[in-house]
Design a binder for this molecule. Structure first.
Ligand SMILES: [Ca+2]
Length: 417
């Protein structure tokens, strides 16, 4: 929830009183965990998996404590779009539906003059009608030659555009095309959502050799899990009766869902070698998909720079949740551990507002305050931003938006994040 609160409040406050509102580019990938973002300094950082993102973080701010509250795609995305926890917005599982009238974030942005667009993975079932423009993958979408749902003559979701190529490239192409053709009299709010690196990690052929001859560093707790004393009776069962049933695995531990099966590792190998080979295949596939996101971000940022937009655009990069990359022998993300709940969250401000992680720059504080000077600042982003929210019925009152104000964190670089 923190992530939603952070960026909702920043959006709604920053643009309210600024004479020249910055554009906002919100890029979100799918299951891109912070261990696989170089600037977070995990065991994988030495592989340099995300040079573009690392540069973005070096020029902006890296948040270390952004967590989702429901670590699967649809509920996390609904939280971001509503500012509400799952129990309030009602989207609690992968079948959840978020109707247009409750897609609050784009509704708020549009009311304050932003041109809004949603491109890429949507996964909220209902039509993203609250955006001025959308071009989204059906459900999970495909990695290769993906279809997209557009606003067309046929009713949602039947107007389909077919594309050829790799999904990260196609999503970026659509984003660039929209940026080029957009109404340039308005600031834009673009949500660009990648499918990668979601399973089953189908990478573009150009990355087939990437990391091919590299030994991927392993987590200390990959083997012989669950370790003595790890996990509760809820995850181990009485007398360890559930350890082969709960918590999908890299190793042979889970007999049905383990990545050794998915990556065709010989079941005749001993446990250690089987786990080693499954992990290496898993991480290489995953990181090749991550690479497609990072390379396409470079392409997107190049466009912004060439068109004079890079320094008038707030750029945010995040993921809908984290992912277990073999820690405790787990795969997937629906287990309540730091690796799966933590979201990478990077924000870059234009250079004149630039905030370096860990640095204290008084002039930045001044500039940030200037953004909301002249408006009645309120800790609730919607108290000022949304008459709609004040008129909503009591059961949907603004206090149910579990938001948190981001600006004090930006103002105080040494504060706990
Ligand atoms: Ca996801």
């Amino acid at each position: 929830m923190k992530h939603l609160a952070l960026f909702l409040s920043s959006f709604c406050s920053l643009h309210l009183s600024s004479a020249a509102p910055p554009n906002i580019l919100y890029v979100m990938s799918d299951d891109h965990t912070s261990q696989a973002v170089g600037c977070y300094g995990s065991r994988l950082a030495k592989l340099n998996p995300t040079p573009t993102l690392d540069k973005l973080a070096a020029e902006g701010m890296r948040f270390d404590r952004v967590f989702c509250t429901n670590s699967i795609c649809t509920p996390s995305r609904a939280t971001i779009l509503t500012g509400q926890c799952s129990q309030t917005n009602g989207v609690t599982d992968l079948n959840g539906v978020l109707p247009p009238e409750r897609q609050y974030l784009p509704l708020e942005m549009r009311k304050t003059g932003y041109l809004t667009a949603m491109i890429g993975k949507w996964h909220l079932e209902a039509e993203p009608l609250s955006f001025d423009y959308y071009n989204v993958l059906p459900g999970q979408g495909k990695y290769f030659d993906p279809d997209f749902i557009v606003r067309g003559e046929k009713r949602w979701p039947k107007s389909i555009e077919k594309h050829t190529g790799y999904v990260s490239d196609v999503i970026t192409d659509i984003g660039l095309d929209w940026l080029e053709k957009r109404d340039k009299t308005k600031p834009f709010f673009l949500m660009l959502h990648h499918k990668a690196p979601h399973d089953m990690f189908e990478f573009a052929p150009r990355y087939a050799d990437y990391l091919q001859d590299t030994e991927i560093p392993e987590p200390d707790n990959l083997y012989d899990q669950p370790a003595t004393g790890f996990g509760s009776i809820a995850t181990r069962g009485a007398n360890d009766s559930l350890v082969h049933r709960i918590g999908t695995s890299v190793s042979k531990r889970h007999p049905v869902r383990n990545y050794g099966i998915d990556f065709n590792i010989s079941p005749g190998l001993d446990d250690h070698e089987y786990t080693h080979q499954a992990y290496q295949e898993y991480l290489k596939h995953y990181l090749r998909c991550v690479k497609s996101v990072d390379d396409n971000l470079a392409r997107l940022f190049d466009y912004l720079k060439k068109n004079g937009l890079f320094d008038n655009t707030i750029i945010i990069y995040t993921s809908d949740q984290g992912m277990m990359l073999g820690e405790h022998d787990y795969i997937d993300k629906r287990w309540m551990y730091d690796e799966s709940m933590r979201m990478p969250f990077i924000m870059r401000y234009p250079p004149q507002d630039q905030i370096r992680f860990g640095e204290h720059r008084p002039h930045q504080q001044h500039r940030l305050r200037a953004h909301h000077a002249g408006t009645r600042w309120h800790p609730s982003p919607f108290a000022d931003a949304g008459p709609q929210f004040r008129r909503r019925p009591r059961r949907q009152a603004a206090h149910e938006l579990a938001h948190r104000d981001l600006l004090p964190l930006l103002d105080a670089p040494h504060a706990s994040r």
